[in-house]
Design a protein around this ligand. Sequence first.
Ligand code: 5FU
Length: 259
Amino acid sequence: DRTLLPYEKRAELTSNSIAKRLFTIMATKKTNLCLSVDLTSSTKILDLVQKVGEHVCLVKTHIDIVEDYTDNFIVQLKELAQKFNFLVLEDRKYADIGHTVSLQYSKGLYNVADWADCVTVHSLPGEGILKALNDSAHSSRGVFLLAEMSSEGNLITPDYTEATVKMAAKYPELITGFVCQKKSTFKDPSLIQLTPGVQLESSKDELGQVYNTPEKVILENGADVIVVGRGIVSAKNPEAQAVVYKDTLWKCYTKRVSG
Ligand code: 5FU
């Protein structure tokens, strides 16, 4: 059972450098919280990250929703990443043919390859998408492959999930882990389960997002890194709420690994 091993042990098993760093950061900072900073203003993002940086292992961006993007925004975000020791995940969910994805990844306005430690990728187009990223990403980069989604009625089937996990096994140096919802989705303890759709109370939003509790996703469903967006971002006091999430999530993890 991959989920019973502590993060520091799993860090020793990784083939991907970002998975190793992320496991190590979680063990050192004692946090498995990933903040999804889904805000559209760069100053608001930087203000929030300045406040919660010490409590997170990973900051997840959707860079294409930022209305005032500049290269300086990235410089400042990366300075905060250095200062607080967290990694940056651009949740781009690439889903095109390999050639196009290699351009989307390393060209254009955002030049994601330049700054994102890791990115999210759909397996839908087939292996070419991973070949493309393997060729264009340098060695300290990683990919979270989407094996399942949190949203209601999504079209991913068990066969699709299984084929996705098989595809990932061909690119051990590239793959950091899976975006998924279930413990049974994969077995390899060197890979990281990134699970979104988490709030303190189970609920739904009005557009199909489904929320499970920290206890459920960590103790039953095998989540290693837990993505929280609006649970923190929309709170009255995001900083205080980040601490609540961090403590709750870490308690579930320690319970899990202490058997
Ligand atoms: F791959 C996925 C998924 O299956 N569900 C998600 O919710 C990604 N996400 C992202 O996590 C989504 O794009 C948001 O950025 C974030 C969840 O935000 P929330 O505010 O906690 O619902």
